[in-house]
Design a binder for this molecule. Sequence first.
Ligand code: DAH
Length: 332
Amino acid sequence: MNQDYDLHLEEAKGKIEESSDLEALKKVEVELLGKQSLTAQAKGSLGELEPEERRELGLVLNETRTKLEEMLEARKNKLDSEIRGEQLENERLDLTEFDQGHRLGHRHVVTQTWERLEDLFIGMGYTVSEGPEIEDEWHNFGALNFPLGHPARDMYDTLYVEYGDPMSTLLRTHTSPVQIRVMEEEDPPIYSIMPGRVFRSDTADSTHMPVFHQIEALVVDKGITFGDLAGTIETFTSAYFGKDFESRLRPSYFPFTEPSAEFDIRHSGGKWLELGGCGMVHPEVLKAGGLDPEEWQGFAFGFGLDRLALMRHEIDDLRELFRNDYRFLAQF
Ligand code: DAH
């Protein structure tokens, strides 16, 4: 009789080992321990046996069932851990791209441009100033000679902040408000650049981003002329881009400069690319900064830092600068 059960256990072992997933194992478990199983059936008929036989068979049956339970449990644990292993494998992040030893990082290409320009202007005797990214309507527009309701305000897709009176607080749309802050804080002569982050509700595309960087320059001194402005732009573009680049000024309009111009650059006789705006500081702007326009004159210019980085490195999509793909950034 024992042998029957040994054989049963032997067969059961094969079935259990063959169960390749939990569902199959469950079926085998029902077959081996359920009501219809060999041992359950045998237990049911124990009552028909003599006491001695009943005791003996009872022991064998209990032992057999315990062994079956143990085998099933072991297989279940094995399958469970296999599933977990598979899950871990599937969810594993492949970080090997970054795991190439301990390399030293470097500055982002926009930061490099920013710092290069700072160095360049510091070399020309300028100071560096910064202003707040959350501005009031006065510094961003009013003081720069955009009266309320002036159509030029619509040129800037302004992001307003819910703070104070409606439309009184905004994310600065350009770095020009820092001109006013510098005039408020410093006495002329002023030779200053103002780099920073600016915001517009633009949709991202290859030439636009809702957040980008500009650098502003403001010079206020006595007897400053448009010639000084043109000379300064020429000097910095050729210092930044190299001798093969030339710049030109085209008449334009900005409320805060009069006359105003846009400046373009091109590489050895190639296509002209627009870089930024400039002009002689408007008398109203000098007044807003607390200066007497009879006594002081100035020029200002401003342009996109990111654009400058694109041009210098011949990158054709502005979005690449903000995607932060390491493989892209590592090139610069
Ligand atoms: N703030 C202008 C803009 O974002 C650029 C600009 C134009 C700045 C003329 C200036 C300037 O300082 O004189 O479009």
